[in-house]
Design a protein around this ligand. Sequence first.
Ligand code: ZN
Length: 163
Amino acid sequence: MPYDRLDSHPLLKALGPEPLGNHFNAAYLASACAGRRTSLKAALLDQKIVAGLGNIYVCEALHRARLSPRRLAGTLATQDGRPTERTERLVTAIREVLRAAILAGGSSLRDHRRVDGELGYFQHNFRVYDREGSPCPTYRCRGTVQRMVQSARSTFFCPTCQR
Ligand code: ZN
C-alpha cells in the first residue's frame, strides 16, 4: 500500500507521525501542541501527537533540549500556532536521542526491554534517566538530577537547567 494511503487508514490516523520521519518537525509539533494545557512530558508520551516515543527517550530528549517536563505543551507554539526556537530545539533533541539509541544497538525506538532483559548499550548513555541524585551532565550546570512521577510514570530531570 502506498505510504499516503497507509497514512490515511482510519486506525493509523489516530497515531501521530514517527519521530524520525519527515512528517515530524517543529511546525507539526507546534501545531499539535498549540493551546494544550497538559505538560510537555504528557504531550510527548501521547501517541496521537508522536508515535512510539517511550518514557526513557522523552526524559532524555527534554534534558538535551533543556526544557522542563512540567512546562505546558502549549508553550511550544506562538499565539498563531507557529514553532519557536524551543520547538526546534526539542525536535533536534528527540532525533539525537533516538539516533544515539540506534547507534548504541537499541533494538527498538520504544523502551521495551529486549529478550535478554537489557535496554542495550544505550542505557550506559543515559544523562538523566535512572540517575536520581547524580550531578547534571549539562555543561556548566551545577544541578542535581531529580525524579518525580507524572501520569504514573517516572520523570528524571534537572530542575536547574531544564526550564
Ligand atoms: Zn542541569
